[in-house]
Write a protein that binds this ligand. Structure first.
Ligand SMILES: *[C@@H]1O[C@H](CO)[C@@H](O)[C@H](O)[C@H]1NC(C)=O
Ligand SMILES: *[C@@H]1O[C@H](CO)[C@@H](O)[C@H](O)[C@H]1NC(C)=O
Ligand SMILES: *[C@@H]1O[C@H](CO)[C@@H](O)[C@H](O)[C@H]1NC(C)=O
Ligand SMILES: *[C@@H]1O[C@H](CO)[C@@H](O)[C@H](O)[C@H]1NC(C)=O
Ligand SMILES: *[C@@H]1O[C@H](CO)[C@@H](O)[C@H](O)[C@H]1NC(C)=O
Ligand SMILES: *[C@@H]1O[C@H](CO)[C@@H](O)[C@H](O)[C@H]1NC(C)=O
Length: 347
């Protein structure tokens, strides 16, 4: 009788000596799980709130729509034809000209700058450049929407803005500038606001890599009289920049190519439910008729578009890569073999 509390105590002490670690781990695990669950719920709610904060067609846009006679528009076009009413100026005589919204989704060194100069040579197109290269504009989804609203309401000022008589307005947007991160919200925005997607990719990702390395080198060295240029307008300038032959890291080459390929594939997967067109840089280079397809896609009057940019790397790849032999060995027989083009083995 006297012993029992003592034994109890012993048992208790022994138990509490053996199990605390296990017990604490279990408690910790449960607490973590619960914490993660709470975080998940919170995030879901924030997302939903962001969705609904966004107003389908702003009051400005609706007001103009009523003023204009939209009965001439085919039904399928109505989601994509907009009548913005800019806050900063009046569209004047072009008030009732419908405007299409677009976004060029692309990757660095895939010809999007060149493509954009073509678009902007059309007197009814305002492609406002790489707006989201500025980090603050993509630090959260509200900032992204705020910026997009401003662009599509024709309130964004840039050298490309045609203002009152724009019939198509948009921007150039790199996949690593928040698109993949916020893809759900952006796809939702594109679908609700009738934004069309223009994918622009480069087929030969090895050539793209050469261009990236050469561009990075010029950013440091500034070969053209101390000025860094990503795009050039004369043959002389192009020749200076093309003289540099980068070394490609063959250890990470396959993986680097795969990463770029996956990025493009993911973008298409996410955005394929928006109205879209897929373009390849190589096709645009060899066939300018593709530019007519783009103008039809944007429902703008067809024009002969021009660009004054000059291609930098025009030589065969073998003459543009410092360690071509190694690159050739790594890619030969791999799934990226076709990037080597029709060049024979190195001699
Ligand atoms: C609107 O456009 C349609 C088709 O072009 C035309 O038949 C109609 O008269 C127009 N209505 C007004 C109010 O201008
Ligand atoms: C986004 O960033 C802006 C500017 O820093 C801030 O005012 C706003 O509250 C942020 N919005 C969200 C949803 O985090
Ligand atoms: C294109 O712009 C011109 C003025 O530069 C304007 O007269 C014309 O109506 C516009 N076309 C379209 C389709 O908006
Ligand atoms: C560099 O500047 C000189 C003198 O201003 C000019 O003659 C030359 O064409 C420039 N070179 C390049 C590559 O721009
Ligand atoms: C090449 O890539 C590998 C793997 O990513 C890396 O460890 C190595 O440092 C790179 N070499 C150079 C010269 O950058
Ligand atoms: C050039 O592009 C147009 C429009 O996409 C296409 O119809 C035509 O077949 C292409 N021509 C060649 C030679 O590929």
């Amino acid at each position: 009788m006297v012993q029992s509390p003592c034994t109890d105590k012993q048992v208790y002490v022994q138990a509490s000596k053996r199990s605390p670690i296990l017990l604490r781990l279990v408690v910790l695990f449960c607490a973590t799980l619960f914490g993660l669950y709470i975080c998940y719920i919170c995030l879901q709610q924030i997302r939903t709130r962001v969705y609904f904060k966004y107003d389908l067609l702003g009051p400005n846009i609706l007001a103009t729509r009523e003023q204009c006679n939209i009965s001439a528009l085919p039904h399928g076009e109505r989601l994509y034809a907009h009548y913005p009413k800019p806050k900063t100026y009046s569209r004047g005589g072009c008030l009732c000209n419908p405007v299409r919204f677009f976004a060029i989704l692309s990757m660095q060194r895939s010809g999007s700058g060149w493509f954009e100069t073509f678009l902007n040579s059309h007197h009814n197109v305002s492609s406002n450049g790489e707006i989201f290269s500025v980090k603050d504009r993509r630090k959260n989804i509200s900032e992204v929407f705020y910026t997009l609203d401003k662009v599509f309401n024709l309130d964004w000022s840039s050298s490309a803005a045609k203002n009152e008589c724009s019939a198509a307005v948009g921007l150039k947007w790199m996949l690593n500038q928040g698109i993949l991160k916020y893809h759900e919200e952006i796809v939702e925005y594109f679908k609700h606001r009738g934004v069309s997607t223009i994918f622009l990719f480069r087929r030969n990702l090895l050539r793209r890599m050469v261009s990236i390395l050469a561009n990075a080198y010029d950013r440091d060295v500034k070969q053209l009289n101390g000025t860094h240029k990503s795009h050039v307008h004369s043959q002389t300038e192009a020749e200076v920049l093309a003289q540099y032959k980068p070394r490609i890291n063959v250890t990470s080459l396959i993986l680097d190519l795969k990463k770029a390929e996956d990025m493009a594939a993911n973008a298409v997967k996410y955005f394929k439910s928006t109205r879209h067109i897929i373009l390849y840089y190589e096709d645009l280079v060899s066939n300018r008729t593709k530019l007519m397809d783009v103008q039809d896609f944007l429902s703008i009057p067809q024009r002969d578009l021009i660009s004054h940019q000059v291609k930098i790397h025009t030589r065969p790849l073998s003459a543009q890569v410092e360690n071509w032999d190694d690159v050739y060995k790594v890619l030969k027989g791999s799934k990226y073999e076709n990037f080597l083009e029709e060049e024979g083995p190195p001699i």
